[in-house]
Design a protein around this ligand. Structure first.
Ligand SMILES: *[C@@H]1O[C@H](CO)[C@@H](O)[C@H](O)[C@H]1NC(C)=O
Ligand SMILES: *[C@@H]1O[C@H](CO)[C@@H](O)[C@H](O)[C@H]1NC(C)=O
Length: 430
């Protein structure tokens, strides 16, 4: 037996037979031989789970042909050689590899690399537009084929609103352009807002092809990018207001007929539920924020005429309302109900308007009021006992009538005493 020829550097004879293999193509029943188109020469593709037959092109004297798998004479389990052909029953992926056929002397007659995979299935498609001039479609394979795969992407445009071009109800097939830097997507440029596009994404691999169609209208799929440059600023002297401002997404071409509307969501950072307001402007004063708390704000955009859908929310921006220090003490007393709700969050508030301060002021005022009241009560009691004494003495000294007359005069007497007491009280304090 001769030394077997190196497969990488075959002899001249094996080169010739190899050319013969390529010309005649290794004959297959359920496998496909490709050369060039899929980037590899001498490769055979077969379907997983199906019978695969490899035929040795150079083996006319068929009975003397022997097969090797990855250079060794041991063939995969379940394989059989019959009249020079190699049969692989219900081939699985572990039967992949380099197969070579040799004559009785061991000379290489031909070789092929077997790859096993699946037929393509309909890919899934979705399309989106972040502006009203171009849109893109994205797709994903719905089955792992293990094989080299290409996608053919095209569309056919259909006018929805008759504009005199009735002769071609369904237009020419045009390519949806694929950009190699963005795989699994293609773009339709200069698209029309009111037209319907029938997209065709065809998945192709060496075993076959499968396409999926999708009807797309730009005004239904349009979804702007989020607004940019979001800012949250305090409004001077307004502890319950925040000024929120932003800019159009830079991807949105600005034309008067294609404007955006916006919605803003906001919440104190320690709460979990959002409040939402809408506007057509590029700024908004929110008038019901919680004084003294940091707020988180996001904004999103949508076509002004409600076409398509809302954008994703912009990145968050944070802001805190102006502190209420300019407000008078009287104002603070008018809204004491706020304080208990603020108290648990005081650790989060950054201390510019400390809620405990308000509580302390309230308590002090209460204590002071209580003292004043107590002093007045004590004073009134002393007065009352003294008046009683005086009136008793009067009854002793006068008859009933005189007493009655005296009673009339008493109030002025009382007043006098009261005044004296007052002045003595205040001089005492002084
Ligand atoms: C849409 O595509 C055209 C052509 O490719 C390009 O000139 C234009 O800038 C694109 N418009 C936007 C908003 O990206
Ligand atoms: C979709 O595109 C593929 C590949 O170009 C083509 O073979 C197929 O006929 C197209 N399908 C339709 C319905 O146009």
């Amino acid at each position: 037996m001769q030394k077997e020829p190196d497969l990488k550097m075959p002899s001249r004879a094996s080169c010739l037979s190899r050319v013969g293999v390529l010309l005649a193509a290794v004959l297959v029943t359920t496998s496909i031989t490709m050369s060039g188109e899929w980037g590899e020469e001498g490769v055979t593709y077969g379907q997983i789970g199906k019978d695969v037959t490899l035929t040795c092109a150079g083996g006319s004297s068929s009975s003397s042909v022997t097969w090797r798998w990855n250079g060794a004479p041991i063939l995969p389990e379940g394989s059989a050689v019959h009249q020079g052909q190699l049969f692989l029953a219900q081939a699985q992926r572990n039967a992949e590899g380099l197969y070579s056929c040799h004559d009785a002397g061991g000379t290489l007659l031909g070789s092929t690399t077997l790859h096993l995979g699946r037929l393509p299935e309909m890919p899934s498609i979705s399309c989106q537009a972040s502006d009203y001039e171009n849109f893109s479609c994205f797709w994903a394979s719905s089955v792992e084929t293990f094989l080299p795969t290409k996608y053919i992407t095209s569309y056919r445009k259909r006018q929805l609103l008759g504009n005199g071009n009735q002769s071609s109800p369904s237009g020419d097939v045009r390519p949806c352009v694929q950009d190699p830097s963005r795989p699994f997507s293609c773009t339709v440029s200069k698209s029309e807002f009111w037209s319907t596009y029938r997209m065709n994404v065809t998945e192709v691999n060496p075993l076959g092809a499968s396409f999926r169609l999708l009807d797309v209208t730009l005004h239904a799929i349009i979804k702007p990018d989020p607004p940019e440059g979001l800012r949250v600023d305090p409004v001077p002297f307004a502890p319950q207001q925040l000024l929120v401002s932003w800019a159009y997404p830079s991807s949105w071409p600005k034309k008067p007929s294609f404007q955006l509307q916006f919605q803003i969501q906001y919440r104190p950072i320690v709460y979990s539920s959002w409040s939402v307001v809408e506007t057509g402007n590029l700024s908004k004063v929110i008038t019901d924020v919680v004084a003294g708390l940091v707020h988180v704000v996001q904004v999103s955009a949508r076509d002004f005429l409600d076409a398509g859908s809302w954008s994703e929310w912009s990145p968050e921006a944070w802001g805190m309302p102006a502190s209420g220090q300019v407000a008078t003490v009287g104002n603070e007393l008018e809204s004491p109900a706020e304080d208990p709700s603020l108290a648990p969050n005081e650790s989060v508030a950054t201390g510019r308007s400390d809620p405990t301060e308000k509580v302390a002021v309230l308590v002090l005022l209460g204590v002071f009021a209580f003292f004043v009241l107590a002093v007045i009560l004590v004073f009134a009691f002393l007065m009352w006992t003294r008046m009683k004494k005086q009136s008793k003495e009067a009854t002793k000294n006068h008859d009933l009538l005189a007493a009655a007359i005296h009673m009339k005069a008493l109030p002025s007497e009382c007043n006098k005493v009261l005044k004296e007491r007052h002045s003595s009280f205040y001089s005492l304090i002084d």
